[in-house]
Design a protein around this ligand. Structure first.
Ligand SMILES: NC(=O)c1ccc[n+]([C@@H]2O[C@H](COP(=O)([O-])OP(=O)(O)OC[C@H]3O[C@@H](n4cnc5c(N)ncnc54)[C@H](O)[C@@H]3O)[C@@H](O)[C@H]2O)c1
Length: 256
């Protein structure tokens, strides 16, 4: 279990769901993992649990929606460890609104946390990667970027933009051995979807299961193992790529 030995990684939105699973998997594989989240208590609790099992993690309170907090995060990591090898832009919020009803405030809030956050993370980490002549940026997109669900225009727009940014930067910074990739999860059982099941009922759960070819929801750990691969040297010749972890959702027609 040493696929990420000697690597220093930052994971945003690390206190729960996919970000937590990525942090746990990174720590198991030997990475020093900096866990950033707005939920300070849960982040510290989960970090302690990982460390008790022999992992090395550091919890840092940080909102990806606030530039100064992202600057403090990256500076703290460089000061403490002297380098960053992997940046996982994972934190995001889910907000569905009919396009005719969505307010500009809602649009701006979603874009700030789901999209501008990715700009902040990349802007701050890339200069360090350039100096090191290495780095892996993994950004969590979504199958929403390429499939249609009613009322998810803003969320899907942000996820699609992330994929375009990834493609642009992969081309520009490849000569510095910096890799940019995205992961597009399908329906994964995390607190984000547990909240939707609570709000929308069992019908949402049934639809989420039916729409995947494998007829189940995905586990956060299954997304995490793809992040381990993209963070590791096993994927050294992969950049500008999107890997779907969707149980075959995108192979099925929309009316499923
Ligand atoms: N769950 C799914 O089915 C699914 C599908 C496709 C894509 N995704 C994407 O995967 C990523 C993780 O989703 P999840 O389901 O684990 O979400 P989640 O809501 O279960 O967990 C999100 C975590 O991010 C933290 N967070 C929220 N806002 C933050 C902020 N401003 N700054 C820092 N941390 C913040 C939360 O405190 C929480 O710990 C997101 O980018 C999401 O869009 C999820």
């Amino acid at each position: 279990m040493s696929r990420l030995q000697e690597k220093v990684a930052i994971v945003t939105g690390a206190a729960d769901g996919i970000g937590l699973a990525i942090s746990q998997a990174f720590a198991r594989e030997g990475a020093v993992t900096v866990m950033a989240d707005i939920n300070e208590d849960k982040c510290k609790l989960e970090s302690d649990l990982i460390n008790q099992k022999g992992g090395e993690t550091l919890p840092i309170k940080c909102s990806v929606g606030i530039t100064s907090e992202m600057e403090d995060l990256v500076n703290a990591v460089v000061e403490r460890y002297g380098r960053i090898d992997v940046l996982v832009n994972n934190a995001a919020i889910a907000l569905a609104r009919n396009i005719g009803e969505m307010t500009e405030e809602e649009w701006d809030k979603l874009m700030n946390i789901n999209l501008k956050s990715v700009f902040r993370g990349m802007k701050l980490a890339v200069p360090h990667f350039v100096k090191q002549r290495s780095g892996s940026v993994i950004t969590i997109s979504s199958v929403q970027a390429s499939r249609s669900w009613n009322d998810w225009t803003a969320y899907a727009g942000a996820k699609g933009a992330i994929m375009s940014m990834t493609n642009q930067l992969a081309g520009q910074f490849g000569e510095y051995n910096i890799r940019f990739n995205t992961i597009s999860p399908g329906a994964i059982m995390t607190p984000m979807n547990e909240r939707r099941i609570a709000e929308e009922g069992e019908e949402f759960l049934r639809k989420s299961i039916d729409q995947s070819a494998l007829k189940r929801m995905g586990k956060a750990e299954e997304v995490a193992m793809t992040a381990v691969f993209l963070a590791s040297d096993e994927s050294a010749f992969i950049t500008g790529e999107d890997i779907r972890v969707d149980g075959g959702l995108c192979t099925l027609p929309r009316y499923m």
